[in-house]
Design a protein around this ligand. Structure first.
Ligand SMILES: CC(C)(COP(=O)([O-])OP(=O)([O-])OC[C@H]1O[C@@H](n2cnc3c(N)ncnc32)[C@H](O)[C@@H]1OP(=O)([O-])[O-])[C@@H](O)C(=O)NCCC(=O)NCCSC(=O)C[C@@](C)(O)CC(=O)[O-]
Length: 302
């Protein structure tokens, strides 16, 4: 067992969390959510996505969101950029960090970004080099690391191959997405063993959805293998538009509670984080999916 002393949480609620919401959410509400998240102590926030508004209408105000976020020392706001068009729009608003997003499944790549895995890597290469030339860091996502909604099982070796190619391309970190939340602790271990044989463990992040209720236990397995970066979504918001039935990311409140219980430093104020969760749940008119958020709200009401 080698639990990290510190974990960096990448808050993906404003992007991954909201991208699939059917009702338009105002830019003002997105910015208010981001302010609450900063106030809670989150320092890495994925705020928007420069993708086609025809494909993902909810992210159509990416420019306005990135223009509206307040600068704070030590806080980084990032955005997804699948191609040069997206990167140019992101650079035009002075983005600090971008992310390219691929997958270990051919079918998912086709449904999500309309190309094959090898075409996606060809598209990402100039995004990475031009972002770097502009002094902007690039993160990579690999989706379907423990299963695909179209193909089922995905071999850990395929996840390792795609992760390695993105890392070699110059992405500073590879976030491993269990897009449909089908992973289990042993699958998590097998996947991480394969990937970390090619990409150093300290360059990997866990991005687990909670569809089957396994995200926290899978994170515990990942933490025990040395993963020290976790993506999470306040109130457990989310779902992927190209993975039907995928539930939200693991809830940030639940991750922080777990980490606090393990004595791992996050720098996040759980009470303030719950306020952020309560705010956005009210905006979208749905109860929070965070058990910790609900428990804290119930105990505060007594
Ligand atoms: C990638 C594309 C754009 C290719 O889409 P395409 O149709 O193959 O691209 P195209 O180059 O042929 O362009 C078609 C139209 O899109 C426009 N376009 C082209 N690029 C852009 C852009 N960047 N921003 C704005 N508009 C763009 C372009 O200008 C054109 O407009 P038209 O002439 O028809 O009016 C499209 O497939 C797309 O936007 N897909 C959305 C994918 C997405 O956002 N998925 C959700 C995020 S991934 C995810 O959630 C998983 C993750 C990361 O969280 C990890 C996990 O959980 O596993």
């Amino acid at each position: 067992m080698r639990l990290p002393k510190q974990v960096r949480i990448v808050e993906v609620g404003p992007r991954d969390g909201l991208q699939n919401e059917p009702q338009p959410i105002s830019t003002a509400d997105k910015l208010q959510l981001i302010d609450y998240l900063v106030d809670a102590g989150l320092t890495s926030i994925e705020a928007a996505s420069f993708v086609s508004p025809k494909w993902v209408p909810q992210m159509g105000d990416a420019t306005e969101v990135m223009q509206g976020v307040r600068a704070h020392a030590g806080v980084t706001y990032s955005a997804l950029t699948p191609n040069i068009k997206g990167l140019q729009a992101a650079l035009a608003v002075g983005v600090q960090e971008v992310a390219v997003f691929g997958a270990a499944s051919e079918s998912f790549t086709q449904k999500n970004i309309n190309c094959s895995i090898s075409e996606s890597l060809e598209r990402f290469a100039p995004v990475v080099s031009q972002a770097q030339a502009a002094g902007v860091k690039v993160r990579a996502y690999v989706s379907c690391v423990m299963g695909c909604p179209y193909e089922g099982e995905i071999a850990p070796a395929k996840v390792a191959e795609v992760s390695d190619l993105l890392y070699q391309m110059g992405c500073y970190e590879v976030s491993l997405g269990d897009t449909v939340g089908v992973g289990t602790p042993y699958k998590t271990q097998a996947m991480l063993e394969a990937v970390s044989a090619r990409v150093p463990m300290d360059k990997l992040a866990a991005h687990f959805h909670d569809t089957y209720g396994q995200a926290l236990v899978n994170l515990y397995a990942a933490l025990n293998m040395g993963v020290a970066v976790i993506d999470a979504s306040v109130a457990g918001l989310g779902g992927c538009p190209y993975a039907k039935g995928a539930a939200g990311n693991v809830a940030t409140e639940d991750v922080v509670y777990l980490l606090q219980g393990l004595g791992i430093e996050t720098g996040i104020d759980l009470a303030k984080l719950s306020t952020a969760g309560a705010f956005i749940s009210q905006v979208i008119g749905r109860s929070s999916r965070s058990k910790v958020g609900l428990a804290l709200a119930a105990s505060a009401a007594h």
